[in-house]
Write a protein that binds this ligand. Structure first.
Ligand code: F6R
Length: 369
């Protein structure tokens, strides 16, 4: 049942090209539009909303952070993202023109479920992004978009994170299309590029070998820092969460621009720092800024592990370890940059002799507060 892999997690990481293709299947039309014809979900519902609120926990929250960059960029609707456990005990401002997107792999996370109930009481419309057919959160929501990743046995989310990110991108493009904010040919260009993403994920997996050796060499490290900018920031958070969960190591993710406001004090000789570099073809300013962040950290003795697009030569002189990912549109980059971080955390945990499928103290679905 592990398909020849010693752990489910390794199998689930390897399934990601197929999983991504399944999440996208039937939702990208040959004419270049986004088709979400799920039950209870229609373009009409999305026309008169004026605000989006995303609620989720853990890894699903990181997918939500990525969604915010995409939704605001494509739709020009304000979008907030909040951990469900905070959202439900505040007094968030919601009404019938608010769209609440609840992201949950299991569909049973209690905090996310209570956030959904709270949102519906305030008359907001709730769309669930979920992996588990017929689970509670989709039942309590107005509409549901299933991620179709298949069952995930490893306690740490891997393939379902990719499915959640892809579903969020679909929702963002669907909203922009339904509201007429993006022109048909603009949506068409994204559709064409989304169609290529499963192949790019496969390519990323096929070149990830050196990450394994690198991770094994770091099994004795005390802590690892993760830096990113733009959508690379939630990816850094996700990389740090995976490492905490699986390897029980101190790991933290930061927006690279926040470094000098405190976290840089953590940098000492030899500390591994993983940097998720944005594409130099996207926002060139962001790329230049992260290159100077890399230099600042390296000057303080950190061991720099740099994840950068193929053909990005500017980072080469500052990387102790360079991990290449294929070029993608900026907003799609998390679908590839996350993969080396999953492999990194998994391999480091294995090098420390840990069971990556069942990390201590964690449960696959958190149905208590
Ligand atoms: C991390 C992880 C958790 C879940 C979180 C939400 O690897 O698995 O952080 O993402 O407990 O779970 P769902 O998505 O089922 O609501």
């Amino acid at each position: 049942e592990k398909g020849g892999f010693p752990y489910f997690m390794l199998k689930e990481i390897s399934e990601q090209p197929a999983v991504l293709a399944d999440t996208l299947r039937g939702r990208l039309s040959a004419e270049g539009s986004i088709v979400l014809d799920e039950e209870r979900l229609s373009g009409e519902d999305f026309r008169d909303i004026d605000k989006v609120f995303i609620v989720a926990c853990g890894t699903a929250y990181h997918a939500g952070l990525i969604a915010k960059y995409a939704i605001e960029h494509w739709t020009r609707l304000p979008c907030e993202v909040e951990m469900a456990s905070e959202f439900r005990y505040r007094d968030p401002v919601l009404d019938r023109s608010t769209l609440v997107v609840a992201i949950s792999q299991s569909g049973e996370t209690l905090d996310t479920l209570m956030a959904v109930k709270h949102a519906r009481e305030q008359k907001a419309r709730v769309l669930a992004i979920c992996n588990t057919n017929g689970s509670t959160i989709p039942r309590e929501s107005d509409a549901v978009l299933y991620t179709r990743c298949g069952p995930e046995v490893g306690v740490a989310a891997t393939k379902t994170f990719l499915g959640q990110v892809a579903a969020c991108l679909l929702v963002g493009l669907f909203l922009a299309q339904a509201r007429g904010v993006l022109y048909g040919d603009e949506v068409g260009a994204y559709v064409e590029k989304l169609q290529k993403m499963p192949d790019l994920v496969a390519r990323t997996l096929s070149t990830v070998g050196p990450v394994r050796e690198l991770a094994r060499s770091l099994a004795g490290a005390k802590a690892v820092l993760f830096l990113g900018r733009h959508v690379g920031y939630p990816v850094a958070l996700e990389g740090a969460l995976k490492l905490k969960e699986l390897a029980y190591m101190h790991a933290e993710g930061f927006p690279a621009g926040e470094l000098k406001h405190g976290p840089i004090a953590l940098v000492e000789q030899g500390v591994p720092v993983v940097v998720v570099v944005p594409s130099p073809r996207g926002r060139a300013v962001l790329h230049d800024k992260i290159v100077s962040n890399i230099q600042e950290v390296r000057a303080r003795g950190a061991r720099m592990i740099v994840i950068a697009e193929e053909g990005d030569h500017q980072v080469e002189p500052f990387a102790d370890h360079l991990i290449r990912v294929p070029a993608t549109p900026s907003l799609f980059a998390p679908l590839v940059t996350t993969i080396p971080l999953q492999v990194f955390a998994c391999e480091l945990a294995l090098a420390r002799g840990l069971d990556v499928d069942q990390p201590r103290n964690l449960a696959k679905s958190v149905t208590v507060e």
